[in-house]
Design a protein around this ligand. Structure first.
Ligand SMILES: Nc1ncnc2c1ncn2[C@@H]1O[C@H](COP(=O)(O)OP(=O)(O)OP(=O)(O)O)[C@@H](O)[C@H]1O
Ligand SMILES: [Mg+2]
Length: 280
């Protein structure tokens, strides 16, 4: 690995953030780096500040304490970063192609180049035949695919994803995870991915940042050393996968013992196969 690959692309140093005139301390002492091309997941109970961390990284809000740097500078909204949310947030009055084209036109790309890029992206997410459809004509999974294509259209160095698959059914979620892994191995943008699903975090990421709530702090950073590309070698049957899973659940149970209520944690980690929190 060369030096450029080791220099952090995103860097949070002692970041604190509060809301409601300082009455609500949302984040405290958050420090971590994301290297170029790295896939990092943020995992933790509701309210621990995951979305707030993404908003700090893309410059929508500024920290009260510490610093957030993207490529060595405080982030400028929408520069080199793209965001994908739980729902696709497409413009309902524009077609599928029009939604992506709109983002590219904002960047000043000439029209012929835009058309080529839109069609290539729709091909990559399996929606080329739906270029002229309107968002309401698509399923939730298809809309989320358009959202992903739109985010990738600007060739971001950083993709921020806030529970992008949480509202989808299990099978669609599985397909989209595979597509995301495939695109990531091809394009190697850095990804910061928020999820409540422990298995999803292990399956996708190279590192998992486990957060605890009130105030949001880092509980543990867990490296995920599983073979890649994982869309070709599904690691879920491997002992290393089971070990990581057991380790993360034991940290979560320790958090429960430390104060967060069982109900909160059960809601936050609704993994049907996960060890029952009530059994701790
Ligand atoms: N703009 C805001 N104004 C006031 N409070 C806020 C604001 N944004 C976030 N908060 C508070 O900060 C804390 C962290 O919120 P955040 O949305 O980052 O949590 P989260 O980990 O993303 O939760 P979830 O898993 O439910 O999405 C919460 O207590 C939330 O109420
Ligand atoms: Mg959130």
């Amino acid at each position: 690995m060369n030096d450029a690959a080791l220099t952090p692309l995103i860097s949070l140093r002692g970041v604190g953030k509060s809301f409601k005139d300082g009455q609500l301390l949302a984040l405290q002492g958050i420090s971590f780096d994301v290297r170029p091309g790295e896939f990092v997941s943020l995992v933790g109970p509701s309210g621990c500040g995951k979305t707030t961390i993404l908003r700090l990284i893309n410059g929508l809000i500024a920290p009260d304490e510490g610093e957030v740097l993207v490529k060595g500078h405080p982030p400028v909204p929408n520069l080199d970063l793209a965001m994908v949310f739980q729902s696709a947030r497409l413009l309902p009055w524009r077609t599928v192609a029009g939604n992506i084209d709109f983002v590219l036109s904002l960047r000043g790309l000439p029209r012929p180049e835009r058309i080529d890029r839109v069609l290539a992206l729709l091909g990559a997410v399996g929606l080329r035949d739906f270029a002229d459809a309107y968002p309401h004509e698509l399923s939730g999974g298809m809309q989320q695919r358009v959202g992903l294509a739109r985010a990738l259209s600007v060739e971001p160095e950083v993709l921020l994803m806030d529970e992008p698959f949480a509202a989808l059914d299990a099978m669609t979620r599985e397909t989209l995870r595979t597509e995301l892994l495939r695109m990531w191995s091809r394009r190697r943008m850095a990804v910061v991915f928020v999820t409540h699903d422990i298995d999803e975090a292990i399956l996708l990421s190279q590192r998992i940042i486990l957060l605890r709530p009130r105030p949001g702090r880092i509980e543990e950073i867990v490296p995920v050393d599983l073979p890649e590309p994982r869309w070709q070698h599904d690691p879920r049957g491997q002992p290393a996968f089971a070990d990581l899973r057991a380790h993360l659940w034991s940290s979560i149970r320790a958090m429960a013992r430390d104060g967060a209520t069982l109900e909160e944690l059960a809601r936050a980690f609704p993994d049907p196969d996960g060890p029952g929190l009530a059994d701790r």
